[in-house]
Ligand binder design. Structure first.
Ligand SMILES: Cc1ncc(COP(=O)(O)O)c(C=O)c1O
Length: 405
């Protein structure tokens, strides 16, 4: 008789976005005259840039001609894309990354989830709290998290690192040894960014403890301040202890198009074994590459026109972030994030819980956001708004919040 992977049965239900959706639907049904605005979405809304569309059309035409048709992509991804990444994401910032240290994928979620394949089951993982849930859930699926404890909303074998206003949403180094440390900066959900000094401490910790950092830089393109590193490899020694994962979803609107990459430097070894070669083996065995058409689209993001057009999209979202930040601040809210990230994280007023504030905002301003407690216990008392809506809706939503008092 076959047996299922029982680790899946330990996973708690993922109620956050389904509950948000249900409550919004119920409210709309009860108040059909009200226009509900969602600032809860973590998905982009701007269409793909013209340079990207043009490249996709050209690639589609190539696929229709015998002379230019492409089948399976090379294991690591096409060199035309990897060399743009190496030059423009890394070399331009003083970081040397070789082409065979870059692995093109179908997005950061897959890579964040799959990277655990190359780690032993008995590693202890450490995550920020609140957190993008994929890191924990995928480790739980492979039996690395122990048991889920309902009362504390935590897994027995996971080290949680609270990220709260008091530490500027950058966690303290863990007291108990952690083997695999997940860091995401700029951060979802808190919108916080980590300075080079702060990240260097983590790199030093990882080197000293022989830990590895999985650095999720999905929101790198939103960095606006000069003292914020765009890559963990800007820190000394990081090539010996960090994997970096990036995405084309938020910098170029590829959430539905799917493209990302993972960097594993060859210097990164464990007991003499190269993690780069383990990941190459894993990808060669379990993945047949991102589509040629999409990799050409990704290449176009780095063209002069593509850069200008995608930059304009980011500035559009960041202008929304500014509207949210400034309006909330003038209305007396304590506001975080939104400077180097498309997320604004606010403290719920008058000691309300995150869900109380969700209900209050929906009832009084007809605005939907995301309760902070849904991202982890330390998110209680906070609330996330995103900058991915339209400018008009963002302004209207904030006007209503200001009037709500
Ligand atoms: C922190 C973080 N990492 C990764 C992802 C997923 O990116 P992708 O669309 O490339 O799978 C998201 C998406 O919201 C995210 O917030």
């Amino acid at each position: 008789m076959f047996k299922i992977n029982e680790n899946y049965l330990k996973l708690p239900g993922s109620y956050l976005f389904s509950t948000v959706g249900r409550k919004a639907r119920e409210y709309k049904a009860a108040h059909p005259d009200k226009n509900v605005i969602s600032l809860g979405i973590g998905d982009v809304t701007q269409p793909l840039a013209p340079a990207v569309i043009q490249a996709m059309h050209a690639a589609v035409d190539e696929m229709g001609q015998a002379a230019t048709f492409r089948g399976y992509a090379p294991d690591l991804g096409y060199e035309f894309l990897r060399s743009e990444i190496a030059n423009k994401d890394y070399k331009a910032r003083g970081v040397e990354i070789a082409l065979d240290e870059i692995f093109i994928s179908d997005g950061a979620k897959s890579d964040c989830g799959n990277i655990g394949d190359i780690f032993s089951e008995d590693n202890r993982i450490a995550v920020c709290d609140p957190v993008y849930p994929v890191y924990v859930d995928t480790n739980a699926m492979s039996g690395r998290c122990g048991d889920y404890i309902k009362e504390s909303e935590r897994w027995s074998n996971v080290t949680y690192m609270p990220c709260v206003a008091e530490n500027n949403f950058v966690p303290a180094l863990p007291e108990e040894a952690a083997d695999v440390i997940y860091l995401c900066y700029p951060n979802n959900p808190t919108g916080a960014a980590a300075t080079k000094e702060q990240l260097q401490k983590w790199v030093d910790y990882a080197l000293a403890h022989q830990s590895i950092i999985v650095f999720d830089a999905a929101y790198e393109a939103y960095i606006h301040e000069d003292n914020i590193p765009h890559s963990i490899y800007e820190c000394e020694g990081a090539k010996k202890c960090a994997i970096e994962i990036r995405s084309f979803s938020k910098n170029a609107g590829f959430t539905g198009t799917r493209l990302g990459f993972t960097v594993i430097p060859k210097e990164l070894t464990a007991g003499g074994v190269s993690l780069n070669s383990l990941w190459a083996r894993r990808c060669g065995t379990k993945f047949n590459g991102a589509p040629y058409i999409i990799q050409r689209a990704g290449e176009a993001v780095y063209s002069e026109a593509g850069r200008a057009q995608t930059r304009a999209q980011i500035e559009y979202y960041m202008n929304n972030a500014k509207v949210i930040r400034e309006s909330l601040t003038s209305a007396g809210y304590e506001v975080f994030g939104g400077v180097n990230a498309p997320y604004i994280w606010l403290r719920t007023p008058k000691g309300m819980t995150s869900w109380d504030f969700f209900d209050y905002l929906l009832a009084n301003a007809q605005v939907v956001g995301t309760p902070g407690s849904g991202f982890g216990p330390s998110g209680e008392g906070y609330f996330r708004l995103t900058a991915f809506g339209s400018y008009e809706n963002t302004v209207e939503a904030l006007d209503r919040i200001k009037k709500m008092g």
